[in-house]
Design a protein. Sequence first.
Length: 89
Amino acid sequence: MPDARVIFYKPLALAASVGGGILAGAVFQRMWTKVTGQDEKPEPQDLSHSMREVLLAAALQGLIFGVVKAGVDRATAQGFRKITHVSPE
């Protein structure tokens, strides 16, 4: 049976992940606006934007979400271990 403290890690990690997703969305929006001067990223179905622009937006969004997710997951695990002295995995 896993330690009760480890069971509490799952909801904590879920909440941190949701917060990280919101943060990543905000970071992407700010970066996209700064890089392109446009408020909205191009949607793949919108044929008025070039393929290059659509793929650049997707790549930037994926990069930001990946980095933020890894950072949030790592910080959550380290914070949990610091408080409980138990590794979450």
